[in-house]
Structures are given as structure tokens and as C-alpha cells.
Design a protein around this ligand. Structure first.
Ligand code: PAZ
Length: 369
């Protein structure tokens, strides 16, 4: 008799959090988020959680090697700036050392800010200067070099700097970091649960590139994996699909936007629909690797489809009810990939956020008593 096929071992979100340890900074991070949210609620601001950058999967407990997920953090950092500009408070949860709002304009690899600075040192003291040729106990004023910004860069830098300073003055940006997929999952759950007090005033914009596979702590080698035994075989487990509990349990009535990255364009729409059917959230933004900076598609349940009606009337919809979208709308957003040099610079995130602001407002309005 044939053996029944064995299911690959998979973690549910519940078993994941019961067996994988939280990052050591979690409590401090949650405390910071709670204080930030309390301030924003007093001011009546909408809050968006932006996740950004790729997660790592360590292969050893004393980690020397890890798998990484592709993402520079451009989408997240750029989007965060447009949300801030629109008056949202932003929790920016990003991979350590990936791009951040504002400083991204002067990234060390593409546009190093040191290249825009000029230095004029004052002349060294002449021989008739009193010091060090007299016994005057007072040393001279330290030589202060004058540092200036290259004239052609001043307008652009001033505009970034003004926005950066205003955000700091208003306290509307709160930054959190993750490195591993484990850090990411614990933080995502904790921050979503904290934000759920905002109900419809919360948006979740999940642009981070999160690993689909991981090595549970219990299976990790303590020390550096040794070479010399030929090829390396590692069996990884599937990362639990946390969007499901995020929609159904962690967030209350929040507006959830997830991203889907593909390299085969023809998969974008079917995969986006599949995600909406599985998880029951509001929007999937599909982007393909090579065109992601100038073309994306927003896929969502069509207004009036049975699922859309259900969501509007009943906050924590899950597919346990067996209700899935009957129809979808797909909205493409595109910008010119090679604009003439005279055209003002344009970033696709400006149009994405513009569209999401309208949709989020409609979501808030549709929940008003
Ligand atoms: O960070 P970046 O600008 O280089 O890339 C952004 C992106 C492609 C990672 C993002 O738009 C995205 O699709 N995130 C989700 C990836 C996923 O399917 O897991």
C-alpha cells in the first residue's frame, strides 16, 4: 500500500511565535511606539506603518553566514516621505542600514554628500603671529575651516533639509530597525497590535521584501558551518503567512496595502488576486523587478463585490466566512521611464501615495458611525 504523502512541516503564526524567540529590543521598541502613537492620537493624525528593505535568514546561531532578500529600501523610504508630506505620522520599520527618508537623497553609493561639500581652510599662522613664538598662555582660537555646499546643489539640499527639519520638529517620524526575518515578524506583530487602537485611521504599507523561508532556531548550528564535507544541504521551513492573522486578529479595521514582487510580469495580477482572496485585505501592489521604478499595478476587490460589501460592514472579515471577492479592479500607475532632462524629477511613489490617500480616506469615511 502506498504511504500517504506527508505534508511538509510548516509553522502557523501561532506555533512560530511560540517557538522562536523575540528580539532582545522588542519591549523597548514597543514602548517607543506606544508613546509615539499616544502623541499622534492627541494631534488627530492618521498613522502609517511603512516596512522597508529586505530581511536576512541567519544560518548559524553565532552568525557568520546568512541569506538575504533583495531590496535597497528605495520604495519604502521614498513612500515614507510622501506620507509625511501628506500629514501622516509614519512608523518607518526598516532593515538596518537600508535607505531612510531624506538621507536617501544622499546615499553613499549613488550620490555621496561629501562630493557636494567644499572646504576653505584659513591660512596657517604666519611667523609674525604671537603664538607659538611667545609665552602667551592663551592658545589661538582653533583654526575653523569653512565648509560650504557646492552652489549647484544648494537648492536641492535646502529643500530636503527643510522637510527633514520640519518632520523632526513636529515629531511625526518614528524609526525602527530589523535585520532578520525573525526580528521583522515579531516587530510587525507588536507594532500592528499597538496601532490597532487607531482603527480606520491606521494604514499598513508593507513594502519590505520578506523571506519566504527560514531556519528555525532549533535547527541552527551553534557555530560557523564548517566546509570540507562537500556540498552543503540545508532544509528550510516556510515562514508563516502572517498577513492572515494580521488582517483577522492583529489590526482592527486598519487599511492594509501589501506588495507583490515578481520577475515574470504575467504573474503579477493572478498572484495579487490570490493574495486578496487568501488574506482579505484591501490592496495588493504588484511590481516587477525591472520596471518597478516606473510601473506598478494596484489590485483590489471591486466596490460592490460581495467581499467589498462584507468588509465595509464587518471589520474583522476572514475567509472563515467563505466570502471572497467576486470582482477586482486593477489600476496601473506609470511614469515616463526616460523623461527629457528638462522635465522636473518625478518619482512613482508620489502617484502611488496620492491614490492610496484617497482610498484610505474613503475607507475612513465608510466606517464613520
Ligand atoms: O526597496 P526597493 O525599492 O529596491 O524594492 C522595492 C520592492 C520591490 C522590494 C517592493 O516594491 C516590493 O515589492 N516588496 C514586496 C516584495 C515581496 O514580494 O516580498
Amino acid at each position: 500500500m502506498d504511504e500517504p504523502p506527508t505534508e511538509p512541516p510548516t509553522f502557523s503564526a501561532e506555533s512560530y511565535f511560540a517557538t522562536q524567540p523575540p528580539p532582545s529590543t522588542l519591549d523597548t521598541d514597543v514602548h517607543g511606539v506606544r508613546e509615539f502613537l499616544a502623541r499622534q492620537r492627541k494631534q488627530g493624525r492618521k498613522v502609517v506603518l511603512v516596512t522597508s528593505g529586505g530581511t536576512t535568514v541567519p544560518l548559524e546561531l553565532n552568525v557568520v553566514r546568512f541569506l538575504d532578500n533583495f531590496s535597497a529600501g528605495t520604495r519604502g523610504a521614498t513612500s515614507a516621505e510622501y506620507f509625511l508630506k501628506a500629514g501622516y505620522a509614519v512608523i518607518f520599520m526598516h532593515r538596518q542600514f537600508s535607505l531612510q527618508p531624506f538621507s536617501r537623497h544622499y546615499s553613499h553609493s549613488t550620490n555621496p554628500f561629501l562630493d557636494f561639500l567644499e572646504i576653505d581652510s584659513p591660512p596657517p599662522p604666519t611667523s609674525d603671529a604671537p603664538y607659538p613664538y611667545t609665552h602667551d598662555p592663551a592658545p589661538p582660537a582653533p583654526l575653523q575651516p569653512q565648509i560650504t555646499v557646492t552652489p549647484t546643489e544648494r537648492i536641492a539640499l535646502a529643500s530636503v533639509l527643510r522637510a527633514y527639519k520640519a518632520v523632526h520638529e513636529h515629531g511625526t517620524l518614528h524609526t525602527l530597525t530589523f535585520v532578520t526575518v525573525n526580528d521583522y515578524l515579531w516587530l510587525l506583530r507588536a507594532v500592528s497590535q499597538e496601532m490597532s487602537v487607531l482603527k480606520r485611521n491606521a494604514m499598513y504599507y508593507l513594502a519590505a521584501a520578506v523571506s519566504d523561508f527560514f531556519l528555525p532556531r532549533q535547527k541552527m548550528s551553534e557555530h560557523k558551518i564548517q566546509s570540507g564535507k562537500g556540498s552543503l544541504h540545508i532544509e528550510m521551513d516556510q515562514v508563516p503567512k502572517v498577513l492572515k492573522p494580521m488582517v483577522a486578529e492583529w489590526t482592527r479595521d486598519g487599511y492594509i496595502v501589501s506588495f507583490k514582487l515578481e520577475t515574470d510580469q504575467t504573474l503579477l495580477i493572478p498572484k495579487a488576486r490570490q493574495a486578496l482572496e487568501r488574506y482579505g485585505h484591501q490592496v495588493v501592489i504588484g511590481n516587477d523587478l525591472h520596471h518597478r521604478k516606473h510601473r506598478v499595478v494596484l489590485v483590489s476587490p471591486a466596490p460592490g463585490s460581495s467581499f467589498a460589501k462584507h468588509r465595509a460592514g464587518k471589520p474583522n472579515n476572514t475567509h472563515a466566512d467563505g466570502i471572497i471577492p467576486t470582482d477586482y479592479i486593477e489600476s496601473w500607475i506609470e511614469i515616463d521611464p526616460s523623461p527629457p532632462p528638462s522635465a522636473p524629477p518625478k518619482e512613482i511613489e508620489e502617484d502611488i501615495i496620492d491614490e492610496l490617500l484617497k482610498r484610505h480616506q474613503a475607507w475612513v469615511d465608510s466606517g464613520a458611525e
